[in-house]
Design a protein around this ligand. Sequence first.
Ligand SMILES: Nc1ncnc2c1ncn2[C@@H]1O[C@H](COP(=O)(O)OP(=O)(O)OP(=O)(O)O)[C@@H](O)[C@H]1O
Length: 258
Amino acid sequence: MFSLVTSNLSFSYKDSNTISNVDLKVESGQVLVILGPNGIGKSTLINCLSGVFNNYHGSIKLDGDELKKISSKELSHKLALVSQGVNINTNLSLFDYLLLGRSSFHSIFSQPNKIDEELVDKVIDRIGLDDLRSTSLQNMSGGQKQLASIGRALVQEPKLLIMDEPTSALDYKNQVKVLKLVKRLSDQGIAVVMSTHDPNQATMVASNVGLLMSRETYHQGSTEEILNDEYLSKLYQTPIISTFNEVLQRNVFGIGMG
Ligand SMILES: Nc1ncnc2c1ncn2[C@@H]1O[C@H](COP(=O)(O)OP(=O)(O)OP(=O)(O)O)[C@@H](O)[C@H]1O
């Protein structure tokens, strides 16, 4: 069972903590969705969890090992990160950009092989960008680039996939595509952590939800326990009203105006 567990995790850019005392846990086959208002620290937390920031306090254990002690090569075989608002401006084709994601699996003397190329083609199909296989990234739309960055993470075949607002630039069809992908990955035993501004996405894919209520308070629990109007209205400081949708057979969250 693969796991990511933090205890007393805190991080500060300057003097005061941006996130404090975060106790978070996600295991193989689970999807942890992180919700919180703008500027509360979701990206900061995600950058700590994925090893981008290693000057954190407290502990982050990846499969029992302290994250900051794991080499970057080993880390790239265990976890993959999809950063927020990726704006990739390379003239590499989609195929070559994704193939580059396999480089940590080879020494400097060996080239990506047929198996890598087949994997890349499979991922291009999964993200639905077959028509853009030879198109350079700099000629793609924001949403297409976001899908490409998800593809780049998938070619790493990670045990843990961490995504910061992975659907922020996507239309409804592509949002559903990514959410279905998340479901499928978790069914295959991969652990997923993702942040979003849409609690409805949490009802669709999450096994657990983490709320960054303030710089001092992170609250994690099951979807049923956490996703209610009271918690969400407090979180976003605006009325959130849920209704049960008979067709969808789930609660749908809407925003009130007063
Ligand atoms: N490099 C930095 N140096 C100093 N402060 C930063 C830096 N990056 C972010 N911050 C501050 O840290 C806080 C948390 O930012 P973060 O980007 O983690 O929030 P977020 O919850 O992801 O926000 P959003 O939903 O708007 O993307 C904010 O107050 C932000 O201004």
